[in-house]
Design a protein around this ligand. Structure first.
Ligand code: NAP
Length: 289
């Protein structure tokens, strides 16, 4: 059975309330209930958002149950790829990245999107230090977040994305599937050493645990203008702190989290998300933590 943990919600719950959930394992640490319940309360729509720990075998039943009842939700680690295979109407982002993080029902069919792609695009556009159009970008990581980042960077007009991943074979597959002619796979760190990049995007798992090694030696690169780390925790990641020490503007993955949540809210409710309220809730949660 899935087990439940919710963010705080003061909206009255009735039979008409739409129920949304983030499905993952583990999932209790997810900040999605915080930002989604802030958006629900701020806009006055009739909904509630909880976190449900869910095994792979339960995923299909829970997704369809929530969606058929008029709600929907998000999918997080480790189920995004499985969810992509389960939805009946995948978005272009789901088809290209092979990952689904948002689902809902429309016209009796289970729809899915990967809002990490548009979330990162919006985050990049709002970042005053970043303008990837016609620029070179170094992307570290070819997992789910790396694939979403590659699609986002190419759609934002990056001139060249150099993709470096621990498993070179995985990077090659991702470059073939998503990358096209503007993506180049680097076989090892030595190939990028000393090179200039407008932006470095970090999208591996390193940094989730504060004892993880730094995923990249920034000082071994040439000129770098900015860094985006998709990893986030309650405090800035070690990589973000290191970049700032070197004088680089740097952001962690909280902005991407907010923006992907805003896109998901818009898919479910058909209205603009109150980003400022979601941001305030995330900041307040960080202070409590
Ligand atoms: P994933 O699909 O499991 O991919 C993991 C990536 O990390 C792969 O590129 C993997 O390389 C690399 N990796 C793992 N261990 C490594 C190590 N010891 N040394 C070097 N590389 C290593 O995970 P994901 O879904 O992409 O998530 C990655 C991170 O992004 C997580 O921290 C997640 O929380 C974060 N994320 C944030 C947001 C947001 O909204 N901010 C959204 C999505 C994900 P190999 O291919 O060689 O295994």
């Amino acid at each position: 059975m899935p087990s439940v943990s919710s963010g705080q919600s003061t909206t009255a719950i009735t039979a008409a309330t739409r129920v949304f959930a983030v499905l993952g394992d583990p999932v209790a640490h997810s900040l999605s209930p915080v930002i989604q319940n802030a958006a629900i309360q701020g806009t006055g729509v009739d909904g509630v958002y909880v976190a449900l720990r869910c095994g792979e075998g339960e995923l299909h039943g829970v997704m369809t149950g929530l969606a058929q009842a008029g709600g929907g939700g998000n999918v997080t680690l480790p189920h995004k790829e499985r969810a992509a295979a389960l939805v009946e109407v995948p978005s272009d982002a789901v088809r290209r990245t092979g990952a689904c993080n948002t689902f809902w029902m429309k016209d009796g069919r289970l729809h899915g999107d990967n809002t990490d792609v548009d979330g990162l695009r919006r985050g990049l556009r709002e970042d005053p230090d970043v303008d990837v159009g016609d620029r070179r970008v170094l992307l570290l990581g070819a997992g789910g977040a790396g694939r979403a980042a590659l699609m986002a960077l190419l759609e934002e007009g990056a001139q060249e994305v150099v993709l470096l991943n621990r498993s070179v074979e995985r990077a090659r597959i991702v470059a073939r599937r998503i990358g096209g002619v503007r993506t180049r796979v680097a076989m090892r760190w030595d190939e990028v050493k000393g090179q200039d990049f407008h932006l470095v995007v970090h999208a591996t798992r390193l940094g989730l645990d504060p004892s993880d090694p730094l995923p990249v030696q920034l000082e071994e690169l040439g000129t770098v203008d900015a860094l985006v780390d998709v990893v986030y925790g309650r405090d800035p990641t070690r990589l973000v702190l290191r970049a700032r020490e070197l004088g680089l503007p740097a952001r962690d993955g909280r902005e991407m989290l907010l923006q992907q949540g805003a896109v998901a809210f818009e898919r479910w409710w058909g209205r603009k998300a109150p980003l400022h309220l979601m941001r305030e809730a995330l900041t307040a949660d960080g202070r409590r933590g």
